[in-house]
Ligand binder design. Structure first.
Ligand SMILES: NC(=O)c1ccc[n+]([C@@H]2O[C@H](COP(=O)([O-])OP(=O)(O)OC[C@H]3O[C@@H](n4cnc5c(N)ncnc54)[C@H](OP(=O)(O)O)[C@@H]3O)[C@@H](O)[C@H]2O)c1
Length: 339
């Protein structure tokens, strides 16, 4: 029987991808109790060696057999692979923490950001859900900052514009920028248009209402995580040619009056947040300075000119870390001792 003392068997599906590699790095950095790592990817990567805590593990392809004896399975191989393997892994006895969009909005599947709603992981008897969904990267960093504001002041409406890193589209997204910068012109652009020297106001495909799927994720996931189906979220999501993290300009209308210095103190003292807000020193969050960090950075705090109950801010986080891998490992940390 696995335990915190003996360590857990942890599978990572998508171990060769940007998020999967980061998951393995974060498990090691945070000294998650792992007795054995089971790296999984597609048949393209079978046999690829992954080094973890100085030991080498060979990458396998997923199968019903391979999930037997796995305690925790971190999935980051896209929604199709998650739909194929999550139930198989759960039936084999693993708790699945899924990074894809496959189950996020399913009733009965908790959608979790540990700083916001860790209690959602467990049922009333204290048993963890068999499949736990990790939210979309742009949603995670926003709700970490919204939660303390929601609890103290109440929130009426959120208007958010994102500036998202090419790594949000995985290896293909990163490689596309590098190839374009090297002067290559592809037959089909990975980011719908040239991304080098550009900003593309489309992430994922459009839905019938004129918003993209990425934008609708921000609307629906924010409501589910915050437990408030009346929250108004008005998003525009944009891909820009940066690495290191997603930026978000957020205009949030609160239910009650606020003092801007109190807001600064509140956010600086809230879990997972680093306040970087000193315009005189040109201190504010940026993707370059958020790169490879686990926290969510917030700055440029100022009241809206026209509505005294409305706050403007700028939020940045490394999408591969807090937006994906770190959040998943933090969920796994909540499970330690409770499996
Ligand atoms: N990138 C982000 O910022 C971010 C943030 C939040 C959530 N996510 C989600 O995390 C997932 C992975 O994203 P990523 O950025 O890491 O993508 P990526 O760099 O393209 O990596 C994809 C990984 O999935 C594996 N894979 C693909 N199809 C598979 C299959 N049918 N069976 C087994 N393994 C398969 C790939 O293996 P091979 O190497 O063998 O092809 C690779 O290891 C996606 O669901 C994405 O939406 C990403």
């Amino acid at each position: 029987m696995s335990s915190a003392e003996s360590g857990y068997r942890v599978a990572v599906l998508g171990a060769t991808g940007l998020v999967g590699r980061t998951m393995i790095q974060v498990l090691e950095e945070r000294r998650f109790p792992v007795s054995e790592l089971v790296p999984l990817a597609s048949s393209r990567s079978k046999g690829q060696v992954v080094t973890f805590q100085g030991r080498e593990f060979s990458t396998e392809v997923p199968s019903a057999e391979i999930f037997k004896g796995v305690d925790i399975a971190l999935f980051s191989a896209g929604a199709t692979a998650s739909r194929e393997w999550a139930t198989v892994a759960a039936e084999a006895g693993a708790v699945v923490i899924d990074n894809s969009s496959a189950f996020r909005m399913d009733e009965g599947i908790p959608l979790v950001v540990p700083e916001v709603n860790p209690e959602a992981i467990f049922d009333i008897e204290g048993k963890p859900a068999k499949i736990i969904a990790n939210p979309n990267c742009s949603t995670i960093q926003m709700v970490v900052v919204l939660k303390p504001l929601f609890d103290r002041y109440g929130i009426r409406r959120i208007v958010v514009s994102t500036y998202q890193s090419v790594t949000g589209k995985g290896k293909a997204g990163r490689d596309a920028l590098e190839s374009e910068l090297a002067g290559n012109v592809p037959e089909q652009f990975t980011h719908f248009h040239q991304i080098a020297f550009n900003a593309v106001p489309q992430i994922d495909s459009f839905t019938d209402n004129g918003y993209t799927k990425e934008e609708m994720k921000m609307v629906n996931e924010t409501r589910k995580i915050m437990g408030d189906q009346t929250l108004s979220v008005s998003p525009t999501t944009v891909r820009i040619p940066v690495y290191g993290g997603h930026g978000e300009s957020v205009n949030v209308e609160l239910e009650s009056d606020f003092d801007i210095d109190d807001v600064r103190k509140l956010l600086a003292g809230s879990p997972g947040i680093v306040l970087q807000d000193d315009p005189s020193a040109r201190l504010y969050p940026m993707p370059l300075t958020s790169y490879e960090k686990d926290e969510v950075f917030v700055g440029r705090l100022r009241p809206d000119f026209w509505n005294p109950r409305t706050l403007n801010m700028w939020i940045v986080a490394d999408n591969l870390r807090k937006g994906a891998a770190t959040n998943a490992v933090q969920i796994a940390e909540v499970l330690v001792g409770k499996l």
